[in-house]
Design a protein around this ligand. Structure first.
Ligand code: G3P
Length: 220
């Protein structure tokens, strides 16, 4: 289990983060984690998961897991297979890979059975309250309209929703994401009770991802 505050970079399917580049970016995260002592993980697309998880010592997450057990489920992402890659956990219900509540419940159970750390994503504080009952390891609050923004962040645009999410999470650590790009964004969210971050573009699109990552986690 990672110790809070934590940082997870979501590689999504950005061109800078697939194939050989996924491994290079993963190595950068490993280096920064080792040198700073910050709990840093990465969420990697399914095709790069095995290679990356085998090559780095930081926590690696899948970006999605389907609600299926062993059996005839062509094309699905099986929790047990995720575990066998060496990944430690999975994101569930990311805003770009939404699940029905029934499927989210089942995916959470499948991932739990495979001993994966579960990060359940929510779009607003009401979903945080609802999903907290699933008892995941982490909840992640990401307002969809701010995801990928380079001009506004959840910290500057929705600070009250961060505080509300933390208060409704029943003690489950809340990560925040969407437009996080500055040390000020990180500090605001931590002051409001966030236990960590789920970030993509600030790192994946940075000219110098290592320097940017170092700068952002320096606020920890
Ligand atoms: O999962 C992370 C995410 O959706 C936030 O993306 O690009 O706003 O940091 P971004």
């Amino acid at each position: 289990m990672m110790s809070c505050p934590i940082w997870i970079t979501n590689f999504k399917t950005y061109e800078q983060c697939v194939g050989k580049k996924a491994l290079e970016l993963a190595k950068i995260h490993e280096k920064v984690a080792l040198e700073t002592g910050v709990s840093i993980g990465i969420a990697v697309n399914a095709f790069d998961l095995f290679r990356v998880a085998q090559e780095v010592k930081i926590p690696v997450f899948a970006q999605h897991c389907d609600p299926v057990d062993y059996g005839a489920h062509t094309g699905h992402l099986l929790a047990q297979s995720i575990k066998k890659t060496g990944a430690i956990g999975t994101l569930l219900n990311h805003s770009e890979r939404r699940l029905s509540f029934a499927d989210l419940q089942d995916s959470e159970v499948c991932a739990r059975k495979a001993s994966l750390t579960r990060v359940v994503c929510a779009e607003d504080p009401q979903e945080i309250e609802k999903f907290a009952w699933l008892n995941p390891d982490f909840l992640a609050f990401e307002p969809p309209e701010l995801i990928g923004s380079s001009t506004a962040s959840v910290s500057t645009s929705k600070p009250e929703s961060i505080a509300e999410s933390v208060s409704l999470s029943r003690g489950i650590p809340v990560l925040v994401g969407a437009g996080i790009q500055s040390v000020a964004d990180v500090k605001i969210a931590l002051e409001l009770g966030a236990s960590g971050f789920l970030v993509a573009s600030a790192i994946t699109k940075a000219e110098d991802p290592e320097a940017t990552l170092r700068e952002l986690v320096s606020a920890f």
